[in-house]
Design a protein around this ligand. Structure first.
Ligand code: BES
Ligand code: MN
Ligand code: ZN
Length: 497
């Protein structure tokens, strides 16, 4: 998709389709009025008939307005005037893009009224436009044999803004394009079934990123190298699987970066059966999404490479399956982590923390400024927060607050969860340094506390994305979250450098 900016008079804009807003009260926005006055108030007359309700997300296509250069004008419902906040704006924008994509328009201009600058800066506006365009036009990568429907014809989106905003919006559009590309990669990987998106496949995808993005260097460790690293917990999870594990390291270095790296760590369980502590059949298929954290790391590294951010960023992915087998770990088995702590595996379904603890330990060699892991770690976080907020845990309150604030400013929300010593004490074992589970109470917090035992000397945050990274039910599929939150965090660091 190509993006550009128009700062001149609206009726003069040569375009296949020009989207303007209408308030639910039936009132034209300033942009729509500019066209209306040119064409002899055809739009006003149309609205007076009352056919178009202008609810957010509703659209109405009008063609051949006299003295208007655009071939088509798309009226876009904004909802009540007082409600023009980010949520309604995002919805209207997405509806305009979807409506244009249903036509044969190759170019679309967006002249919708924007939320107040204090709610959405020019740069974030540009970013959101490109992000929403990518998300709206995303088609699920299904493996259906029927011929794919005809693709949309949209090739260019023009954003109408005042001249003083042009430079910042342009910069935001570039960020949004990178974000859309990263989030599409995440969604494609997560949507693929476990028999296609294996640890090997993730490793190959990472190697592909290094080919297309100059700044990225990739290293993929196989079983022998993982053994050499003494990642006893990671090895314990993979030992019941025929599918070989992969440990993936992607480095982005920038000559202008002054700080130590940010390390992003992703849980890459390409299928989670639960192992010997087998899960129940209903919705077990959704455990193909258990590599969403890994997919988000790959997508974010793609965006970082695409923008060549002036930062050092390292992505780490531990990828394997969790399967029941004659060689699988059994409840009660004790293994030794790379850090040296021993773990009694009371429940083989609490496998995410086992692979992550070794990955987090590996991160220490980079002497990172900050380590952030992403994982579909617990069902308990879905009970706690539902599907709206990602759970953020950290040993550094300021980092958790920053991540929550990042999520808020880009509509990819997160919530700060507690992580005090008591939760860690619940992981006591009679036979090892700790157990891998601690009962149902506060399940997402005890899981985070387990990871906390391996990150004591790091500035670290953990994001439990079990509720936010994918949807079940009729709209089953990856959401791309929390790619937007993470990129916001990295962009803030890049500009604070
Ligand atoms: N991958 C699951 C967590 C999960 C559950 C993600 C539901 C998305 C939806 C994780 O490996 C797991 O099985 N966790 C257990 C932990 C328990 C055994 C302490 C859980 O949440 O039930
Ligand atoms: Mn599990
Ligand atoms: Zn899992």
């Amino acid at each position: 998709m190509q993006f550009d900016i128009w700062t001149k008079a609206l009726p003069e804009l040569p375009i296949d389709c020009l989207a303007v807003g209408v308030h639910e009260e039936g009132e034209l926005t300033a942009e729509a009025r500019a066209l209306d006055q040119r064409c002899g108030e055809k739009l006003s007359r149309l609205l007076k008939r009352g056919d178009f309700s202008a609810k957010p997300g509703e659209t109405w296509l009008v063609t051949d307005l006299d003295d208007v250069a655009a071939e088509r004008v798309l009226l876009v419902g904004l909802g009540p005037k007082a409600d023009l906040v980010r949520k309604a704006w995002r919805k209207s924008l997405s509806a305009a893009i979807a409506a244009a994509a249903r036509t044969r328009c190759a170019s679309l201009a967006l002249a919708l009224p924007r939320p107040a600058a204090k709610l959405l800066t020019d740069e974030r506006l540009g970013r959101a436009v490109a992000e929403i365009t990518g998300n709206t036009l995303y088609r699920v990568n299904d493996l259906k044999s029927a011929k794919k429907p005809r693709p949309h014809a949209l090739a260019k989106v023009t954003v109408v803004v005042p001249a003083k905003s042009a430079a910042a919006v342009q910069a935001g559009l570039a960020q949004g394009e990178a974000l859309a590309a990263g989030s599409a990669l995440m969604r494609n990987l997560a949507n693929l079934p476990g028999n296609v998106c294996t640890p090997t496949y993730l490793g190959k995808t990472a190697e592909g990123l290094a080919k297309t993005h100059k700044s990225l260097k990739v290293k993929v460790l196989g079983l022998a190298e993982i053994k050499k690293e003494k990642m006893g917990c990671f090895l314990a999870v993979t030992q019941g699987s025929e599918e070989p594990p992969r440990f993936i390291v992607i480095e982005h270095r920038h000559p202008k970066a002054k700080n130590q790296p940010v390390v992003l760590v992703g849980k890459g369980i390409t299928f989670d059966t639960g192992g010997i502590s087998l899960k129940d059949p209903p919705t077990m298929d959704e455990m193909k999404f258990d590599m969403s954290g890994a997919a988000c790391v790959l997508g974010t590294m793609l965006a970082v490479g695409e923008l060549n951010l002036p930062l050092n960023v390292i992505g780490i992915v531990a990828a394997c399956e969790n399967m029941p087998d004659g060689r699988s770990i059994k409840p009660g088995d004790i293994v030794t982590s790379a850090q040296g702590l021993t773990v009694e595996i009371l429940n083989t379904d609490a496998e995410g923390r086992l692979i992550l603890c070794d990955a987090l330990h590996y991160a220490k060699r980079f002497k990172p400024d900050v380590v952030i892991d992403m994982a579909t770690l617990t069902g308990a976080i879905v009970i706690a927060l539902g599907t709206h907020h990602t759970g953020v845990f950290s040993n550094t309150d300021a980092l958790a607050k920053e991540l929550v604030d990042c999520g808020l400013s880009v509509d990819d929300r997160a919530w700060h969860m507690p992580l005090t010593e008591e939760y860690g004490e619940q992981l006591k074992s009679n036979f090892a340094d700790m157990a891998n589970v601690a009962g149902r109470d506060g399940g997402s917090i005890t899981a985070a506390a387990f990871l906390g035992k391996f990150t004591k000397d790091l500035t670290w945050a953990h994001m439990d994305i079990a509720g936010t990274a994918y949807q079940g039910g009729a709209g089953k599929g990856s959401t791309g979250r929390p790619s937007a939150l993470l990129l916001e965090y990295l962009l803030r660091r890049a500009s604070a450098r």
